[in-house]
Design a protein around this ligand. Structure first.
Ligand SMILES: C[S@@+](CC[C@H](N)C(=O)[O-])C[C@H]1O[C@@H](n2cnc3c(N)ncnc32)[C@H](O)[C@@H]1O
Length: 284
């Protein structure tokens, strides 16, 4: 669709169909940027402590993307353990394989769908998934799949964003509220994944549950230098896709884009969102 959009990403598709984006490398760069967010660094450290991988263990990373985490965890299970990363996107996996090889890391990467893991029941000592569940049609079913492939006593850590917490401050608070509401309407139920994680893990029968969260704040953005706030989509593309899907009236969308870009150029940019992580075990 929309060939006239050139290399502009489809914000409405996000990471659901990375390989269908006009330029998947934009999303690869997005993953590199989000890996530097202090909130992501904090949640990954929390996960690493909880999951506590040991030599010889096996780890499955569902929706591994460019696999910076899978690659960093692989040495913990060496020399006899194994790390497997699965993702829907060949473009992401190509980067994951290339970087694992450059790092001298032994890990296996294959195409797979979180909704139907092609893995035997009770196989893995640990499973992780980060900021992937917000792109699947059914968060509970995907978490149940991850629990299924864990051995009894195996550990799961899932991390995701709750876009109900998304806010971009504008002088006109009604415009700001319209943006948050349209984002949820455009993305649908999966956008609430972060807030669903704890109950999804309960539903999957996991025990010893722990939960934590972290806020990412974008406190500046120069739209004349960077096409998008770090790790996000260009906001004009986001608003355009909201309007195209009928979640914003055309004139409201124009007003919103003008307010966002004008505020950012005046040094008034402030946007934030919360991510949550849940850890649990499959009963022994
Ligand atoms: C926002 S990225 C996160 C990547 C990585 N987990 C990280 O934190 O850097 C979301 C990833 O989930 C993948 N993805 C989306 N839907 C998926 C599905 N149903 N099954 C497997 N992977 C999926 C995308 O291709 C993308 O690589």
């Amino acid at each position: 669709m929309d060939d006239d959009r050139g290399l502009d990403p489809h914000a409405d598709k996000g990471y659901t169909q990375v390989d269908d984006q006009p330029d998947p490398s934009f999303l690869v760069q997005g993953m590199e940027a989000t890996a530097r967010w202090p909130a992501v660094v904090q949640l990954r450290a929390w996960e690493r402590d909880r999951v506590d991988l040991q030599p010889g263990e096996s780890l499955l990373d569902v929706g591994c993307g460019i696999a910076d985490v899978a690659r960093s965890l692989a040495p913990l299970v060496a020399p006899d353990g194994r790390v497997v990363g699965i993702d829907m996107s060949e473009a992401m996996l190509a980067v994951a394989r290339e970087r694992a090889s450059a790092d001298g890391v032994a890990a296996t990467f294959r195409v797979g769908d979180a909704m139907h893991l092609d893995e035997v029941d009770g196989t893995f000592d640990a499973c992780r998934s980060e900021r992937m569940l917000q792109w699947v049609p059914d968060v509970d079913a995907a978490v149940a799949e991850m629990a299924r492939v864990l051995r009894p006593g195996g550990r799961l850590c899932v991390t995701d964003t709750d876009w109900r917490t998304f806010a971009l401050d504008l002088d006109d608070v009604a415009l700001s509220a319209d943006l948050s509401a349209a984002l949820i309407a455009m993305r649908g139920a999966p956008a609430l994944a972060g807030g669903r994680l704890l109950n999804a893990c309960r539903e999957a029968g996991l025990v010893d549950l722990e939960i934590t969260g972290a806020v990412h704040i974008w406190d500046a953005w120069d739209p004349d230098r960077d096409p998008a706030p770090s790790g996000f989509f260009p906001l004009d593309a986001v608003v355009r896709d909201m309007a195209a899907a009928g979640h914003l009236a055309a004139d409201r969308a124009e007003e919103l884009t003008a307010a966002v870009y004008d505020g950012a150029r005046r040094g008034r940019f402030c946007m934030h969102v919360t991510m949550l992580s849940v850890f649990g075990r499959r009963p022994a």
